[in-house]
Design a protein around this ligand. Structure first.
Ligand SMILES: Nc1nc2c(ncn2[C@@H]2O[C@H](COP(=O)(O)OP(=O)(O)OP(=O)(O)O)[C@@H](O)[C@H]2O)c(=O)[nH]1
Length: 782
């Protein structure tokens, strides 16, 4: 029994770092990694064990005891769920892992979106019993769209009903990825890793070489190695060459060659290595951490980000010494703000440095505001404790302390050479639910608004607007839980004295008239003619001459220079312009007037106007007179807009439609489908058979699954009724109006005695049929 795995040495190295000084590392040894998964898969538990294994804490906390490092908000500890992304830095094998633990609940999807923007790799965690769940597929796709390589970790192997091979088959069939297995048997090192029963720290691990003396394991290892080598051989001929060199002995192919090829194949997203373990017991987390540094890319091995100047992309290249080179400039510093927060009353801004370096006294520009920023310190997160550092180089994640209002998520910070360049901002999803908020007394209003400002700065997927009609301040969020947490944080953490009204869906109205509608206002010397029509997708107008795309509500204002009347254009060309506004200011006043009217809402229920195209056909103003014309022109525009939207018959309600996936057993399928179609006004798109037998009959999944070696599911044999449910799993895919899904979880649980689960994500804002106006309107008649 020759132990090949070197945990004790590893821990000794980590111990040195527990003196709270993270050593500098070269960019090749940086791993910016996110942990992504469905809710409750074990992201926080796994992160906590990683922090412990790296020697940063003496005892690993537990989600259920509310004492983990990364879930530190009171709302997170009370509920045992992650609400906001947490960033921590760990040393591991002379590498630095910058780790982002993300929430799994769909309401906090923005936290995943913003993490993915600054990551180079991801660890996707699966629950070994539940397999690939809806949110897993969603985050996997999000990562794939950004070309982020991932490794997979099948967690909770200790649970009854856990099935490693079953989970991997689901990976193959649902997220369509080839797999290489590395689990408790280390196929590369040909050893068996076992953890000592009863040792919850997970430190007592024994690595035993597997040889012919253990024929069962040896056979399994041989099959797994053969399968791995063949899969890798198809990708890189170095593997075949090594096999031939070693007389086609699969066991003799050096693990160093396999490691190199797995790394390359992972980074190119040809495959995703699969690990497994039980994070709760800290079994399998060490090999996972080794896998992160071995197989996931450094900042030098990922796709460079998009950098734009005046809205147009500029050439970028990755360079081993300087990081990103933007437009050939070697001295530029560029960093992206991906999170702002306040910890113990100290404002902190998390940034990823893309090129150059930041020092603790750097002078930077915020390219959004054009304002200068003189840094007064720089930190990295040592575990969860900020550690002061002098500088941070490209490819790293760090914290700028001390700026309370100047910075917001998505800002690009640059040195003076880079002031013209912007990193692609971070997309913010639209709010789906609203709640009116009001101060308990007039004296509480100021503090309430300060708290709202702070919440929105930290979480831009919360929005606020003032509803003029109702005279109310409306807070918008991604879901009921999102707004409930906002309420908790305002009342309990920030001590705001505020009342939250019922949470309602965020509706809009759109022009739905059969023909477009044209109106003109002529007032003294102001003249404006507008046309209103329905619009499918505002983004289609991005490169259109004179188009202002108002993306938040899918509206477009079309105002080309040719819309200015002949008088206006001639006055400009012939030098007879006396107006105290420029032509650009006058055009802006028209846009402002239109925008105000769109936000003031439509004639049905005063919901903001959505999916609407406003074309300015012609406008004129007395530009040969020496006076300002902008306010008059804006009022003329507002009047025309009012006339355009006075007929309720021509308008329709626009409501959020969700893509809903309900996981049920065959027995419950009928009742759940009936409830969805009738009570929830769902359009059922398909019912998929999720049982393994059926997955295996799908041609692609079958051939893929046959090509790879799957070990027997030992953990699966003890299962009882739980497994029958899994074998009979069906998936109902449906489009549902969000309104009808409020409180759906408890309804679903009661229909199925808690056996079914569901997940939904925002699909689109869609025009509701007139028959729904009555139902929707009933919520808003007071
Ligand atoms: N049996 C078992 N339970 C586990 C394991 N890992 C985590 N859990 C439990 O699963 C539950 C969820 O764990 P978390 O770590 O909070 O999961 P999460 O993915 O971070 O959850 P969210 O961030 O809220 O989406 C907790 O009750 C954990 O104790 C494991 O390996 N085995």
């Amino acid at each position: 029994m020759a132990p090949t795995w070197q945990l004790p040495k590893l821990l000794r190295i980590s111990k040195r770092y527990s003196s709270n000084v993270l050593p500098k590392v070269v960019p090749q040894n940086i791993r910016n990694i996110g942990i992504i998964a469905h809710i409750d898969a074990g992201k926080t538990t796994t992160t906590e064990r990683m922090i412990f294994n790296a020697g940063m804490i003496n005892r690993a906390g537990n989600v259920d005891d509310g004492d983990t490092v990364t879930d530190y908000l009171p709302s997170e500890r009370d509920r045992g769920i992650t609400i906001q992304l947490a960033a921590i830095t760990l040393p591991w094998w002379k590498h630095r892992i910058n780790l982002l633990d993300t929430p799994g609940h769909a309401d906090f999807t923005f936290e995943v979106i913003r993490s993915l923007r600054v990551l180079d790799g991801a660890v996707t965690i699966l629950d070994a019993v539940a397999g690939v769940e809806a949110q897993t597929e969603k985050v996997w796709k999000q990562a794939a769209n950004l070309n982020i390589p991932s490794i997979i970790y099948v967690n909770k192997m200790d649970r009854p009903g856990a099935g490693f091979s079953r989970a991997v088959k689901e990976v193959v069939s649902k997220i369509r990825n080839s797999c290489v297995f590395r689990g408790v048997i280390d196929v590369l090192e040909k050893s068996l890793l076992t953890w000592k029963e009863g040792d919850d720290t997970g430190k007592a691990v024994t690595a035993t070489k597997i040889d012919e003396s253990n024929p069962d394991l040896f056979e399994m290892l041989k099959s797994a190695r053969e399968s791995m080598i063949e899969t890798l051989g198809e990708y890189d001929e170095r593997v075949i060459e090594a096999l031939i060199e070693h007389d086609e002995d699969y066991m003799a192919v050096p693990s160093s060659v396999l490691d190199e090829v797995i790394r390359k194949a992972t980074i190119e997203r040809y495959l995703a290595p699969v690990f497994c373990g039980s994070s709760f017991r800290n079994y399998g987390v060490h090999p996972l951490m080794d896998g992160i540094v071995k197989y996931l890319p450094s900042p030098l091995e990922t796709d460079p980000p998009v950098v734009a100047s005046k809205g147009k992309p500029v050439p970028v290249a990755l360079d081993k010494t300087n990081g990103l080179i933007v437009n050939g400039l070697k001295k530029t510093t560029l960093a992206l703000v991906f999170k702002v927060m306040t910890l113990n009353n100290r404002p902190m801004t998390f940034v990823r440095v893309y090129c150059g370096k930041l020092t603790k006294t750097s002078h930077l520009f915020n390219t959004r505001t054009g304002k200068r920023l003189n840094l007064k310190g720089l930190q990295i997160m040592n575990g969860d404790i900020p550690q002061d550092v002098k500088d941070v180089g490209f490819g790293n994640i760090c914290v700028i302390p001390g700026f309370e209002t100047e910075l917001q998520t998505g800002d690009t910070l640059s040195s003076s050479e880079g002031a013209a360049y912007t990193l692609l901002p971070i997309d913010i999803p639209p709010p789906l639910f609203n709640s009116a908020i009001e101060p308990r007394t007039a004296g509480d209003e100021k503090h309430m608004l300060q708290c709202v400002d702070k919440l929105i700065r930290e979480d831009p997927s919360l929005t606020v607007h003032y509803d003029e009609e109702m005279g109310q301040i409306i807070l918008g969020g991604m879901g009921e839980l999102h707004l409930e947490i906002a309420r908790d944080r305002m009342i309990n953490d920030m001590k705001a004295r505020v009342n939250f009204k019922d949470v309602v869906v965020s509706y809009k109205e759109c022009f739905g008239g059969k023909r477009e509608r044209k109106e003109e206002t002529v007032k003294e010397e102001q003249r404006i003619s507008l046309t209103m029509s329905y619009l499918e997708n505002a983004k289609d107008f991005i490169d259109h001459d004179g188009a202002r795309v108002l993306e938040e509500d899918n509206n477009v204002v079309l105002l080309p220079r040719t819309a200015a009347s002949d008088e206006v254009r001639e006055a400009l060309d012939e030098g007879r312009w006396k107006c105290e506004n420029t032509i650009e200011e006058l055009e802006q006043s028209i846009i402002n007037g239109i925008r105000t009217c769109l936000l003031m809402g439509g004639p049905l229920f005063s919901f903001p106007i959505h999916s609407t195209l406003i074309t300015v056909n012609e406008w004129s103003a007395a530009v040969t007179q020496s006076a300002k014309q902008d306010t008059k022109l804006m009022y003329a525009t507002i009047e025309t807009m009012r006339t355009l939207k006075e007929n309720p018959q021509e308008f329709a309600v626009v409501e959020p439609i969700m893509m809903t996936k309900v996981y049920v057993s065959s027995n419950d399928l009928g009742e759940v489908s009936h409830d969805l179609a009738n009570r929830c006004s769902a359009v059922i798109l398909e019912v998929q058979d999720q049982s393994i037998e059926n997955l295996e009959t799908a041609a692609w999944a079958k051939s893929e699954a046959e090509r790879i070696y799957l070990p027997p599911d030992y953990t699966n044999t003890k299962t009882t009724s739980g497994m029958e449910d899994i074998a009979n799993k069906k998936l109902i895919v449906a489009e549902t109006p969000l309104r009808e899904m409020i409180g759906y979880l408890s309804k679903l649980r009661s229909i199925t005695q808690g056996r079914a689960t569901f997940d939904m994500s925002f699909q689109e804002m869609r025009r509701a049929p007139a028959s729904r106006n009555e139902i929707i309107g009933s919520e808003f008649r007071f």
